[in-house]
Design a protein around this ligand. Structure first.
Ligand code: PLP
Length: 402
């Protein structure tokens, strides 16, 4: 018998299983509101024009070669990503207490950060919001954390943040617990704390000696404004917290499959930066040796060139504005149809996702009867909506909840 005969099949990953079902569906009006990627109003993926431009330039540049990048990546990317996150006025940056490490998109940055924290031995418990992006628990447990816990986040009755629940759960977290915080555009709810709530969260994290780990997958993509979307991270930075932040360039550069990311590390004292970088060097070396170059060079070049950066900013504005207009459009239609319930949360939420508040029965009906694919929890990707299908989606939502 095989040595592997006792291996049991792992459960499917919901979002990929949903996507497969969508692809196999032959109904002409089918709608995919599942997978987290941008779509144009024609329902197509979008390669940003500034990315196309860079790819043509890179392909034509015969001085470039395929030598390895350093273990910690392409320095112009890592430093520009760290600056984009913390802002050029950041005291930690100016004082040399902050550093960036190129990683394999947001997931890879989470993994390197988690492994590093687990490795130094002080951290074994991690908290993330309930609900959260489905991969947090898997990443942190595989990285060596021994306990994954949730803090309350979504109040289903109010379709809003359960701030009291969140604070109570963080207050009860043991010292040194790592607290994953979505930097902006919380996935899956689209609900972020207000600035005043962030201040209270920061007070509590400081008082209870917890460790903030930001996950920034949507900077610029959420509101169209890089500074606005970085407010929470910069606020923690301005208060002198030690923290890490995983950054993804999948959404805001549309570089999903190129795996461009950065891990920003902020310390109280610049003297720890070199030892930390040297430890992370060993950790990365043992994982994948060094990161890929292509996407890093695109993002690194754009972020270091003011003209290209302006072009890119206009692209993120295009994406953010289209999403915001779809939010308005969906809410308007549901209110016009007098669909039972309140729908203001659709426009109050921010980013790629909306937590519709649709229950499991309604979700099942949307998929089975109307060929509209969304996650079981009721999350929809706003980018899956467009002027061609929004009437159909609103009508079907109306039908399944009436
Ligand atoms: N974190 C959150 C909250 C996300 O929503 C995502 C992507 O969906 C990621 C991290 C990481 O994505 P990637 O590894 O593709 O950059």
């Amino acid at each position: 018998p095989s040595k592997f005969a006792s291996v049991e099949s792992a459960p499917p990953i919901e979002v990929f299983a949903l996507n497969k079902a969508y692809v196999e569906d032959t109904f002409p009006q089918k709608v995919n509101l599942g997978v987290g990627a941008y779509r144009t109003d024609e329902g197509k993926p979008w390669v940003l024009p500034v990315v196309r431009h860079m790819e043509q330039k890179l392909a034509a540049d015969e001085t470039l070669n395929k030598e390895y990048l350093p273990v910690l990546g392409y320095e112009p990317l890592a430093s520009a990503a760290t600056r984009m996150l913390l802002g050029s006025d950041s005291a930690s940056l100016k004082e040399g207490r902050a550093t960036g490490i190129q990683c394999l998109s947001g997931t890879g940055a989470l993994r390197v950060g988690a492994e590093f924290l687990a490795h130094i031995g002080k951290h074994s418990i991690v908290y993330s919001s309930n609900p959260t992006w489905g991969n947090h628990s898997l990443v942190f447990l595989n990285a060596g954390f021994t306990s994954y816990r949730s803090y309350r986040y979504w109040d289903a009755a109010k379709k809003a943040l359960d701030f009291d629940g969140l604070m109570e759960d963080l207050r009860n977290a043991p010292e040194n617990s790592v607290i994953i915080l979505h930097a902006c555009a919380h996935n899956p709810t689209g609900v972020d704390p207000t600035q005043d709530q962030w201040r209270q969260i920061a007070d509590l994290i400081e008082e209870r000696r917890l460790f903030p780990f930001f996950d920034s997958a949507y900077q610029g993509f959420a509101s169209g404004d890089l500074d606005r979307d970085a407010w929470a991270v910069r606020y923690f930075d301005s208060r002198g917290f030690e923290m890490v932040c995983a950054q993804s360039f999948a959404k805001n550069f549309g570089l999903y499959n190129e795996r461009v990311g950065n891990l920003t590390f902020v310390a109280k004292d610049r003297s720890v930066i070199e030892p930390v970088r040297s430890q992370i060097t060993l950790l990365v070396r043992a994982n994948y040796s060094n990161p890929p170059n292509h996407g890093a060079r695109i993002v690194g070049t754009v972020l270091n060139d003011p003209v290209l950066t302006e072009q890119w900013k206009s692209h993120i504005k295009t994406m953010a504005d289209r999403i915001i207009s779809m939010r308005l459009g969906l809410r308007e239609r549901l209110e016009k149809l007098e669909t039972p319930g309140t729908w203001n949360h659709i426009t109050d939420q921010i980013g790629m996702f909306s937590f519709t508040g649709l229950g499991p029965l309604a979700v099942d009906k949307l998929i089975a009867d109307h060929h509209i694919y969304l996650l079981k929890g009721g999350r929809i990707n706003m980018c899956g909506l467009n002027t061609g299908n929004i009437d159909y989606v609103a009508k079907c939502i109306h039908e399944v909840v009436t």
